[in-house]
Write a protein that binds this ligand. Structure first.
Ligand code: PLP
Length: 387
């Protein structure tokens, strides 16, 4: 049976062009970039070139790019690194309720260490507006972290407006955004967004896992979390993985140059899938923004009331379709998703939810196939359900 993959928000398959760019580096660029001899200098050259290309996509200077192991590390380094570097001038931090746990748990850990944390609520579609954020900013607010796009419900936040409002209130407050899901979907150039720190990862845009970057605007204070060598201008110790950097550079370049085509493909299929599901299954509910233009093009988050989301997913897997209920990191947890709770879903509705995230490999036939299969599965499960 041919399988169809509907979990691109969790991770994406490696693009062959990314793999092709990485293989010669793994084979020939294995030297330690910190050495002085020829093998090392070859690796250094490849690393510098990858950093230049990442900076090219982000529209920033290469020295503003810190290479990391992915989105989680970038979020940790951004928030903790900035909060610790500025702890003498303030200890108040702000974030919002629907952030990824890489942000929320980092913030909560700082709170346990004596920082004061404000977690802002969101509206029923997952938005937080600039006035709400700005009015929470105080003289001692050092870090604000608001994600560019949500991994579960696809909400694309107005980051440029939020960053501007924060800076108007306190120009010394450092603004971070987690752009892990936004990369390749919307404009994430830090200058366009007005942010000081920004996290990206390669594996959501057809690059390798374990490769990410943190954009650090020049003169933004940042304390290193990982101690050791002086790599990444003292901001992230550890021998650099040149092949991972090359993979991230190639994945980012492709995501940017193909952004129009990719988002068109995803949104056409997404619209089709939503139409099909509406015709076939009742009642259903779309979670996240109803305005497609304010939502990630590839995201559908749907509640099928009266049916367990996990049961739908298990049945879908047996029928050849891979999908998930939300954050991959929370799979297996019996707690309702914190994102769905934050937008006001009750526990039963949250537990009846499935996230379908589309990507390059999906076809019209697969859309028909998954819609038909969900219709059959939900009918079967509803017939068995006692309620
Ligand atoms: C919004 C968001 N932030 C951070 C992460 C973590 O990224 P990584 O898997 O590269 O550590 C993810 C991935 O699940 C994500 O969706």
């Amino acid at each position: 049976m041919e399988r169809a993959y509907f979990d691109h928000a969790a991770t994406t398959p490696l693009d062959r062009r990314v793999l092709a760019a990485m293989i010669p580096v793994l084979e020939g660029g294995w030297g330690n970039p910190s050495g002085i001899y020829r093998e090392a200098q070859l690796a250094r050259g490849l690393l510098d070139e990858a950093r230049d290309r990442i900076a090219g996509v982000l529209g920033c200077s290469p020295s503003e790019v810190v290479l990391t192991s992915g989105g989680t590390e970038s979020d940790n380094l951004a928030i903790r690194g900035a909060a610790l570097a500025r702890r003498e001038s303030g200890r108040h931090l702000i974030t919002q309720a629907t952030e990824h746990h890489a942000v929320l748990h980092t913030m909560e850990q700082l709170e346990r260490e004596g920082f004061e944390l404000t977690v802002l609520g969101v509206d029923a579609e997952g938005f937080v507006d600039q006035d709400t954020v700005a009015s929470a900013v105080r003289a001692d607010t050092t870090v604000v972290s608001i994600m560019a796009a949500n991994n579960e419900i696809g909400t694309v936040q107005p980051i440029a407006e939020i960053a501007r409002a924060v800076k108007e209130r306190n120009r010394r407050t450092i603004v971070h955004t987690d752009a892990v899901q936004a990369a390749g979907a919307v404009d994430i150039r830090p200058d366009a967004l007005g942010v000081d720190l920004m996290s990206v990862t390669a594996h959501k845009i057809y690059g390798p896992k374990g490769a990410g970057a943190l954009y650090v605007r020049r003169r933004t204070p940042l304390e290193a979390l990982q101690l050791g060598g002086g790599q990444e201008e003292e901001r992230r110790a550890g021998t650099e993985s040149v092949a991972q950097a090359v993979g991230l550079a190639k994945a980012l370049e492709l995501a940017e140059s193909e952004r129009g085509q990719r988002t068109r493909h995803a949104s056409e299929l997404r619209n089709r899938l939503w139409r099909e599901l509406n015709e076939r299954v009742h009642p259903i509910r779309l979670n996240g923004p109803a305005d497609w233009s304010r939502r990630l093009a590839n995201n559908l988050n749907v509640s099928f009331s009266g049916v367990e989301g996990e049961s739908i997913l298990l049945q879908l897997d047996l029928e050849g379709f891979a999908a998930s209920s939300g954050s991959a990191c929370s799979t297996g947890s019996t707690e309702p998703s914190h994102v769905l709770s934050a937008i006001g879903l009750d526990s039963d509705t949250a537990h009846s939810t499935v996230r379908l995230s589309l990507g390059q490999s999906n076809t019209e036939d697969q859309i028909q196939g998954i819609a038909r299969t969900i219709e059959e599965i939900t009918a079967r499960l509803r017939a068995l359900s006692p309620v």
